[in-house]
Ligand binder design. Structure first.
Ligand code: ZN
Length: 229
């Protein structure tokens, strides 16, 4: 994959957070016990990919939210913009496992691109946009991949339907930093060095703004499918 400036910027951010121990790591079991708004990192591997649901959606090029179809025109209900060119973005459910547990996670566009190695537009171009369930070959590319997942725990976005992954790195250089520093997985609630709440809170806000556009799509989809009662 080509290295875009945004990729390099993200790489530097993740590298910096992990090498300076700003990142808070959890295993999946303890992650599920978290109730306060914060951002945590989990090391795990993908053991399952949801292939029955749509794996991408048509997004507004202006605000990134899902585009509605009205009178044959693609109109964004969020920003009011009419978009005349399709822009597909990934939205994929996966099961991630570590030694402690497994959990459903929601991957958004950038994280999915890293795992698949291609943008959603190209996959749709290859397989057509009528059946948007995931081709087996694409699921196979994701299965077994290991990475460090940055997960948002938010009281607003309950994770019963899956944890939102705000960032993912599968980069070996960053994973090496994580492994060589031998991060302790945080079990103890009273270990203040692992609970810099000030930091966690400000990161949560940044990430919340970043994924807000994409999570609104999930909420909409869940409503349609009636999975939220
Ligand atoms: Zn829009």
């Amino acid at each position: 994959m080509e290295l875009s400036p945004s990729f390099l910027q993200e790489f530097n951010e993740i590298y910096s957070e992990i090498s300076t121990r700003k990142a808070i790591f959890r295993n999946l079991r303890t992650l599920k016990e978290m109730t306060e708004d914060a951002v945590y990192w989990v090391e795990g591997s993908i053991i399952g990919v949801e292939t029955e649901k749509e794996f991408c959606y048509l997004a507004c090029r202006v605000c990134g939210k899902q585009v509605e179809e009205i009178d044959d025109k693609k109109r964004c209900l969020s920003c009011g913009e009419f978009t005349f060119r399709k822009l597909y973005r990934y939205n994929i459910e996966v099961i991630v496992a570590d030694e402690s547990d497994s959990a459903k996670m929601i991957l958004w566009n950038r994280s999915s691109e890293k795992l698949i190695g291609e943008v959603a537009e190209d996959i749709i171009g290859l397989y057509g946009d009528t059946a948007r369930t995931m081709p087996d070959e694409i699921a196979a590319k994701m299965l077994g991949k290991e990475g460090l997942f940055e997960v948002v725990v938010s009281s607003e976005h309950l994770h019963a339907n899956g944890f939102n992954v705000s960032r993912l790195t599968i980069d070996n250089e960053i994973k090496d930093v994580y492994l060589t520093r031998n991060y302790p997985v945080a079990y103890e609630e009273d270990d203040s060095s692992l609970h810099d709440d000030q930091d966690a809170e400000s990161t949560t806000k940044d990430v919340a703004a970043e994924i807000e556009a994409e999570t609104s799509h999930t909420a909409k989809r869940q409503k349609v499918e009636g999975t939220v009662s």
